[in-house]
Ligand binder design. Sequence first.
Ligand code: ARG
Length: 266
Amino acid sequence: MCPPDYYGIEYEINPWMSRSRNSDSTLAKDQWHALRELLDQLGADIRLMPAEAGLPDLVFTANAGLVFHNRVYLSRFRHEARQGETPLDERWFRDEGFETVTMSGEWAFEGAGDALFCGQTLFAGYLIRSDAAGMQWLAAQIGCRVIPLQLVDEHYYHLDTCFCPLSPEEAIYYPPAFDGYAQTALREHIPNLIAVTEAEAARFACNAVVIGRHIVLNTGCPELERELNQRGYHVHHTELGEFIKAGGSAKCLTLRLDGEEAAIWS
Ligand code: ARG
């Protein structure tokens, strides 16, 4: 995680962001600390990356890269506003002992925001922030199957805003964020899919942190919470409204270094 010391809405690169609706820095810090505290209580061993002035979205560490064992495939941000993050991410990963890989300059790639393992398969969101060809290259490097999923709604510009693997057989998703082919692919590959409503998708219901059977998400998603409780998960909510203003929530504020719960390799 990276603290929100320099977080704010300084540019607009997704429909949630508006410079006329900046975040309240005290509130953002309080919300971030509450999330960190909750994850800590659930047993997460949290590593911190220092914040940097001029990089307000560095808090969204999910976009630093895709971690696979001891290797990190670094992001190549679509928008110039976030491209300054990558050298800092690279240095941080190296200092922590990870091997870093830089992808070809032809492709945009936004890390664990768009590339999520469910079982042995890499589910890859493309079009808005990441390019499909880069995802194919990545899967070939890793030696795994990739299911490219076309994202069609600018509000759900990263895969982790509309899809959340819970286990190798189970995931949360918001169907209208995907084209028809992607919806079919998801139904074919994941036996238990939990669809969220439009209202809860907009509360970033799909942007959840999964720690074992515990799920952490933003407030305002009662229907999903009920469904998850019925399926035997323990759900925890914490207010993250200041981060929704930038188009992010719980999951984007974190990057799993040891593999997601749903990833077979972890
Ligand atoms: N403002 C950031 C952006 O538009 C938010 C990133 C949220 N991250 C995520 N993994 N969904 O890039």
